[in-house]
Design a protein around this ligand. Structure first.
Ligand SMILES: Cc1cc2nc3c(=O)[nH]c(=O)nc-3n(C[C@H](O)[C@H](O)[C@H](O)COP(=O)(O)OP(=O)(O)OC[C@H]3O[C@@H](n4cnc5c(N)ncnc54)[C@H](O)[C@@H]3O)c2cc1C
Length: 277
């Protein structure tokens, strides 16, 4: 690969499902109480970006949209070898649905500059819609490869293998291209010593930190506030409710042939009850 690649990766900070966050009166997740973590699906997107940099050379830019604490996940990406980051943070983004989120990220990507590849996770563990990646590709008028579990670059082409129902599909696309990375891709490697050391230095020098992780708002990226947040979100969350213990029990059936397993499950299931339920 002659040229040095500009590799972008989109990462989101999500509530740690293990932490008992609870809900706000309006039904949204009480993010202030929740422990926060890097969206587990984005770990594969990050690994794909790091792999591309190691294999083909280039620079990685990580982008996140979220409240100020989201800087924590961007620091984590630097520990893994990311070169620079943008945190889009603005109160006017609150309650953005995927349409508004994809629009705001679209403006951020344009602000961040030239790119050859954009990696996204498959979905998030909170909104869980898997819509942002494909929407962003549409807005950027880019070819998109979703559910990608393997890829290689050949000059300005990407060859990839993606998961489809009942098997996989081999595809080729020109660059630039957006890729959503499947969980069957390589798991994220350990943080690099160099990366961890760099973060330590940055945390000691806030001015440098601000240069490496640029926090920007809607005005800086020239985004229309009416297309962001609640105003820009056609999705209305009518109500959310905490679903308690759904009851029932779990029986593990292991080791037998599918035929035997089905016979066993049917024998232990009261079909009439199921049909009535
Ligand atoms: C319980 C719940 C249900 C929701 N239901 C809907 C719904 O039905 N329709 C709807 O439009 N919105 C919905 N939302 C809002 C939605 O979660 C937000 O719009 C969110 O910012 C983006 O959607 P997502 O989390 O589903 O992302 P996904 O589309 O699942 O994310 C895919 C990938 O896009 C990138 N990405 C996503 N968000 C960000 C970010 N903030 N910063 C950087 N990269 C990002 C990451 O690489 C991620 O892996 C819901 C939110 C919650 C909490």
């Amino acid at each position: 690969m002659e040229k040095s690649l500009n590799i972008f990766v989109l990462v989101k900070q999500v509530p740690d499902q293990g932490s008992k966050a609870g809900l706000n009166p309006d039904g949204t997740i009480d993010r202030a109480k929740a422990k926060r973590m890097l969206n587990p699906f984005d770990r594969y997107a990050l690994q794909a970006a790091i792999h591309t940099k190691k294999q083909y050379g280039g620079k990685i830019t990580a982008i996140s949209m979220g409240p100020p604490p989201a800087v924590e996940v961007l620091l984590e990406t630097i520990e893994h070898g990311v070169d620079r980051c943008f945190l889009l943070s603005d109160r006017r983004l609150a309650a953005s649905d995927t349409l508004a989120t994809a629009y705001a990220l679209y403006k951020t990507v344009l602000y961040a500059g030239k790119f050859d590849l954009i990696f996204c996770g498959l979905q998030t563990t909170d909104g869980d819609t898997a819509q942002v990646g494909p929407q962003l590709a549409e807005r950027l008028d880019l070819p998109q490869i979703s559910y990608c579990e393997w890829f290689g670059l050949d000059n300005d082409k990407i060859l990839a293998k993606r998961i489809i129902e009942g098997g996989c599909q081999k595809v080729v696309s020109s660059l630039p291209c957006l890729v959503t990375v499947a969980n069957s891709y390589h798991p994220l490697e350990y943080k690099s010593f160099k990366g961890a050391w760099r973060v330590q230095q940055l945390q000691r020098n806030p001015d440098n930190l601000k240069k490496i992780i640029q926090t920007i708002d809607l005005d800086v990226i020239g985004a229309d506030p009416d297309r962001c947040g609640l105003k820009g979100s056609p999705t209305i969350v009518a109500a959310t409710e905490k679903v308690g213990d759904l009851g029932g029990n779990c029986q593990m059936h292991e080791g037998k042939s599918p035929h035997e397993l089905v016979k066993e499950v049917l024998a232990s299931t009261n079909l009439n009850e199921l049909i009535k339920a």
